[in-house]
Every structure is written in structure tokens, then in C-alpha cells.
Design a protein around this ligand. Structure first.
Ligand code: C2E
Ligand code: MG
Ligand code: MG
Length: 618
């Protein structure tokens, strides 16, 4: 009997199924398709072997039984081919659509099988070699051929949607089938199709379906690839899930431990999945509220316990993962909130609710707006005149950034500077402001109107740049702007490393002729040491201090002392936020050198500013 190949194929397929089922799985839709395909392959090979045995024993077996087995075999062949189509379609459409298409394909394949069962089938046997032929076989081969054409057309037309690895593995499988079928067609004694199918399944398993690919070797839980696949499925099926991200600096060695045991066990059957990301990050996902709550409680408990293994356990939960909008955003949302809380997550904030996700989305949209504004040159610089009490002229100005929306309206710094600082775009934005300010000064018109210099704000991130002074001096050179026309405003920073870089930068820039102001003095947790350490020549008293000065007696003593102290240190003082004549008068009386505020002017566009100073200073 010519059944050696089929027997080998059967053993191979059963082995694959055992291996596949024994492994931890995510329970994904794609995994299920592959598993069913394996089961059909085993059925196909079993029926193949059984039909050969049946034909050889025609004299002893009932002819109905033999014919039934032979027809069942070729019908299974058609089902197997249809499964190949279903398997490939999963790569090119989302799960929701795929399930709909699969149902229709199921109807078609049922009709095909019915036809095969009805039309006659011939059996050939010369005692040693057996096979089937005739109308039934032709119908089956025709159905398979249609499936193969569908597969090839889809594979080539949707090439971009399929990863190269998947595409190549699938093509090898198809090629194996075609070679086997062709060979069998030319030499009917060689029953190779069944074997080729099982060989193909092995290739798919090794290249695409090996569950090990989704596992973290060290811990036995799932990895980042698995998370990607799992999230893709949940979003396309719109299936709610709870997610927790936590970081563990060290994994506990004892297998007794709750979390360790959970990680090892977690799989589709338990309804809990652990994914190990890069570094100390983990994501736990469950579709079960109770499990999610239990994990949140566990994180809180470990945080309080400050246990030895979980040196730095920090966790955040999302009540409905679908709220984040897309698979890629889940880790982004977590990252955003981890950074925001900076390792100190209060118990009350442990859950990222819908509202908070909305905050994040606003933040993300603003970031996109900033990037676009930079790319499309919609970053504008406004100038706010600064009045000198001594000369009674507007001797300087502060450059203040704005973003012009595409509809012409403005976005103010309070809305985008915090976002730009968080994401680091402030460096590019700050540089753009500096370039524009230099271009404005370069015309020489404002100097003619009596403006000595323009203040440009530097953010902490810019100050941290080792090459800041080189970059700024290059821009000044390119625009032919003398350094003395630039005054840079810095704010307080507590970080020692930033301070070191900042001092180096300040040194080089001051050698060139730039001056520095200490901005926002008196705001928040001002540290007097800062003014001692930083070689600034101007102190800018914050808006709040200016306001308090007009209202509270105690603030008067502070402001008066600050002015006196600054003068004794050889520094000049600017008051920000002066809005009316009484404030102006009072501040002038105690010796403030410069006044900046809405009383004189709000920040205005470059051309308006030029007109303003030309008129007022003349
Ligand atoms: P700042 O550097 O302290 O700038 C002064 C802010 O106070 C400006 O707000 C100005 O419009 C506002 N202001 C001035 N006088 C008055 C007044 O009389 N009443 C009131 N209510 N406000 C007054 P703006 O332009 O919204 O900027 C806010 C902050 O954004 C700035 O505070 C600065 O920290 C930051 N910023 C603005 N432009 C830049 C920039 O180019 N780079 C960096 N790094 N930060 C910038
Ligand atoms: Mg400023
Ligand atoms: Mg200020």
C-alpha cells in the first residue's frame, strides 16, 4: 500500500498539535484558526490512510463504506484548502470583518462538499497501488484550484499588509502544495498531497505560530510581541479589558510568591495575561474585573510593604483599555502618567480613568500641533515692551512665543509650553524663537527706535545642552546680531547637573557679551541661593510678587528688601505684571528699575512693537 508518506505526515501533525496545545497561549483568534487547521490536517491524513486501506480491502469491506471514506477524504481536502484561504485572510482584514467572511466561506465549502458527495467517484486499484479519480475528484481539484488562485491573488495584491516573514512562510506552504499536487497529478501512484500539507503546517508552526515567539524565556510570561497581537485583537473586536502596568526592579526568586506564580500560570484559560516589556516594565491584562481589582490591591500592598524584591514597585491601572483609542496608545498613556507622577503615585491616582485619558489625548494633540507649527512655520514671536524708569523710555522687550493655528487664532504659551517641556520639543521651539528674534533685531530698526536689547526665555532643557552657547552664537553670527543685543532669561532649577552645564554656557555667552536675567523671582519655592550662585545682571520679579505688593503689607517689606538686596549686589530689578498707574507709581517709588506689564502694552507682533517704540521713544 502506498501510505508511507501519509503515515509520516500523520505522526508529524499529531506531534505538532500536542506541542502546540501544551504551550502557553494567548487565546488569540489567529491561534484558534491555526489549531483548527491542524485538526483538519490530521483528519485529512487519517481519511487518506483509511481510504487507501479501504480500497485495498474492497473485497472484505462494504463498498458503501469504502466509497464514503473516499468521498469524505476528498471533501476534507477541499475544507483544508478553504482553511488556507481563511488563514491568509486573517492577515489582510480585521477580525470583525474576517469572521463575517469566514461564515460565507463556510457556506461555500459546505455546498462544495455536498456536490462531492453526490457526484460519482471512481476507484483505481491494482492491488499494490490505489487512488481515486473521476467526476468527484475533478470537482474537488477544481475547488482546490480556485482556492489557490484566491490565495495567490490575495497574497500578491495585499503584499503590503502582510509581514515579509508571514508572506514567505505562506508562499513556501503553497509551493509545497502545488508541487505535491502536480506530482500526484502526473504520477497518480504518489499520494503526496497529505504529506505536503503536514510539512507545510510544520513550516507555518516554526515560522509563525510557534508559541515560544510570544514568550519571555526567563519568566515564562508573554512578551511585547504577544502584547501587540493581543491588543490588536481586542481593539478590532471591541472587547473590553482591564490593564495594569507596573515596574519591578527585581524579580523575586522564590516560586512561592504570588506574582511569580501568576506570571508562570497566566494564560488564556486563567483569563489573566502577563506581558514583560523592555526593562523592568510589565503589563497585566485581564478581562475580569475581580482579577484586576485584586492586582491593584496587591500593588498597593507591596508599595506600602516596601518589600525587598519589589524595590520599586509602581503600578497604574486602566479601567477600560479600549478608552485609550488604539493598541499603540496603551503603553504611551502609561508612560505619560508614570512620568507625570515621577515614581510617586498616590493611592488615589492609581487608576487612570476616562477623564485622565482625555487629558492625555489633549496633551498628545497639543504635541502634534506644536510639531506641525514648527514644520509649517506657524511659530510666531510677540514682543512686550519693557520701560526703563531712569530713561523714561522703552529700552528693551521680552520675546514671547505664540503658535498661530491654521484658522488664524493664537495659542498661548500656558497651553503649549508645559507640553513642549514634557516632550522635549521646547529645545527646538526655543531655538526657533531665538532665530526669529535675531532676524527681527538684525534689521537695526528697533535699535534706531531706542531699544537696546531683547530678552529671550531659555527653558531648563535648553540650558542643559552642552553646546547651547555654540548654537546660540552661531545663530547670532548668521544674522549679524551683536551679543549685547541679547539678554537671556533663565529660571530656577534644582538639578545639579543642569546647573553645571548652565554655568558653563553662561560663562561662554557672557564672554561674548550676552547678559542674563533671573526670571520669575519670588514665584513658587524660590531659593535665595540661586541668585547668589548665578551670574545674572537682572532680577525679574514675578507677577505674583508684583500683585501681592499692591495688596499685602508684608509683601511690601519683601519687595522692598528684594530691590535693596539686588541693588547692593549690583543687579537691576524688573517688575512683571504691572497693570495700573498706582502699581507703577508704588514700584517706581521703591526703586524698581524696569517695568513690564499690560499697563504699557501686552506682548504684540513685531511690526506693532516697532511702531509702538518708534512712537513712544521719540
Ligand atoms: P514669563 O517669561 O514670565 O513672561 C511673562 C508673562 O507674563 C507673559 O506671558 C506676559 O504676557 C505676561 N504678562 C506680562 N505683563 C502682564 C500683565 O500686566 N498682566 C498679566 N496678566 N500678564 C502679564 P506669556 O506670553 O503668556 O508667557 C508665559 C510664559 O511662557 C512666560 O513667562 C515664559 O515662562 C513662557 N514662555 C513664553 N515664551 C517662551 C519662549 O520663547 N521660551 C520659553 N522657554 N518659554 C517661554
Ligand atoms: Mg520671561
Ligand atoms: Mg516671568
Amino acid at each position: 500500500m502506498n501510505i508511507e508518506c501519509q503515515c509520516c505526515g500523520l505522526v508529524l501533525s499529531v506531534l505538532l498539535l500536542v506541542l502546540y496545545s501544551a504551550r502557553k497561549q494567548l487565546g488569540l483568534y489567529g491561534e484558534r484558526i491555526f489549531k483548527y487547521m491542524l485538526v483538519v490536517t490530521i483528519a485529512l491524513l487519517s481519511l487518506d490512510i483509511l481510504s487507501v486501506v479501504g480500497i485495498s480491502r474492497q473485497d472484505t469491506w462494504s463498498p458503501f463504506l469504502v466509497m464514503g471514506i473516499c468521498k469524505a477524504y476528498i471533501a476534507t481536502l477541499v475544507v483544508e484548502c478553504m482553511f488556507a484561504v481563511v488563514y491568509l485572510f486573517h492577515d489582510v482584514m480585521d477580525e470583525h470583518k474576517h469572521w463575517k467572511v469566514t461564515k460565507w466561506l463556510g457556506v461555500i465549502v459546505a455546498l462544495e462538499c455536498l456536490v462531492i458527495m453526490i457526484v460519482p467517484l471512481e476507484i483505481y486499484s491494482n492491488g499494490r497501488v490505489v487512488y481515486t479519480y473521476g467526476p468527484g475528484a475533478i470537482v474537488a481539484y477544481a475547488c482546490c484550484a480556485i482556492d489557490f488562485v484566491t490565495i495567490l491573488v490575495t497574497a500578491f495584491s495585499e503584499r503590503k499588509k502582510i509581514s515579509t516573514l508571514r508572506w514567505s512562510a505562506f508562499m513556501i506552504w503553497v509551493l509545497l502544495w502545488i508541487v505535491a499536487a502536480g506530482w500526484q497529478f502526473l504520477d497518480a501512484e504518489k499520494l503526496l498531497v497529505g504529506f505536503a500539507t503536514s510539512l507545510g503546517m510544520m513550516i507555518l508552526y516554526a515560522a509563525l505560530e510557534n508559541p515560544e515567539v510570544n514568550l519571555n524565556n526567563e519568566l515564562g510570561c508573554f512578551n511585547g510581541y504577544a502584547l501587540e497581537a493581543y491588543l490588536k485583537q481586542q481593539f478590532s473586536l471591541n472587547r473590553k479589558f482591564f490593564a495594569i502596568q507596573f515596574s519591578l526592579e527585581e524579580i523575586p526568586p522564590e516560586t512561592e510568591d504570588y506574582i511569580y506564580r501568576l506570571m508562570q500560570r497566566s494564560n488564556a484559560r486563567d483569563g489573566i495575561w502577563f506581558f514583560k516589556l523592555l526593562g523592568p516594565e510589565f503589563i497585566m491584562i485581564s478581562e475580569d474585573r475581580k482579577r484586576y481589582n485584586r492586582m491593584i490591591r496587591w500593588i498597593l500592598k507591596e508599595q506600602k510593604r516596601e518589600s525587598a524584591y519589589f524595590k520599586n514597585i509602581q503600578g497604574l491601572g486602566i479601567e477600560n483599555g479600549l478608552d485609550v483609542g488604539s493598541p499603540a496608545k496603551l503603553t504611551k498613556v502609561f508612560k505619560y502618567f508614570f512620568n507625570k507622577y515621577n515614581g510617586q503615585i498616590p493611592e488615589s491616582e492609581i487608576e487612570i480613568t476616562r477623564d485622565k485619558i482625555d487629558d492625555y489625548l489633549v496633551h498628545e494633540r497639543m504635541q502634534e500641533e506644536i510639531n506641525q507649527a514648527l514644520a509649517e512655520d506657524r511659530v510666531e514671536v510677540f514682543y512686550q515692551p519693557i520701560y526703563s524708569v531712569l530713561s523714561k523710555k522703552f529700552e528693551s522687550a521680552e520675546a514671547l512665543v505664540r503658535i498661530r493655528r491654521t484658522d488664524g487664532s493664537l495659542i498661548y504659551p500656558s497651553d503649549f509650553i508645559p507640553v513642549a517641556e514634557e516632550t522635549g520639543t521646547i529645545v527646538a521651539l526655543g531655538e526657533r524663537v531665538f532665530v526669529k528674534t535675531c532676524q527681527f533685531i538684525a534689521g537695526g530698526k528697533i535699535q534706531k527706535a531706542g531699544v537696546r536689547c531683547v530678552d529671550v526665555n531659555l527653558s531648563v532643557l535648553q540650558c542643559e545642552q552642552v553646546d547651547l552657547s555654540n548654537r546660540l552664537s552661531k545663530i547670532m553670527d548668521e544674522n549679524n546680531v551683536p551679543s549685547s543685543a541679547i539678554n537671556l532669561e533663565i529660571t530656577e532649577t534644582a538639578t545639579l547637573s543642569v546647573k553645571k552645564n548652565l554655568l558653563n554656557n553662561m560663562g561662554s555667552l557672557m564672554d561674548m557679551g550676552c547678559t542674563f536675567s533671573l526670571d520669575d523671582f519670588g514665584k513658587g519655592e524660590s531659593n535665595l541661593m540661586y541668585i547668589v550662585e548665578m551670574p545674572v545682571s537682572v532680577v525679574k520679579m514675578d507677577y505674583d510678587l508684583t500683585k501681592a505688593f499692591g495688596k499685602m503689607d508684608r509683601a511690601k517689606y519683601v519687595v522692598r528688601t528684594v530691590v535693596q538686596m539686588a541693588h547692593e549686589m549690583g543687579l537691576r530689578v524688573v517688575s512683571e505684571g504691572v497693570e495700573d498707574a498706582s502699581e507703577l507709581q508704588a514700584l517706581q517709588n521703591i526703586g524698581v528699575d524696569y517695568i513690564q506689564g499690560y499697563y504699557f502694552s501686552k506682548p504684540i507682533p513685531a511690526d506693532e512693537f516697532l511702531k509702538f517704540v518708534e512712537e513712544k521713544n521719540s
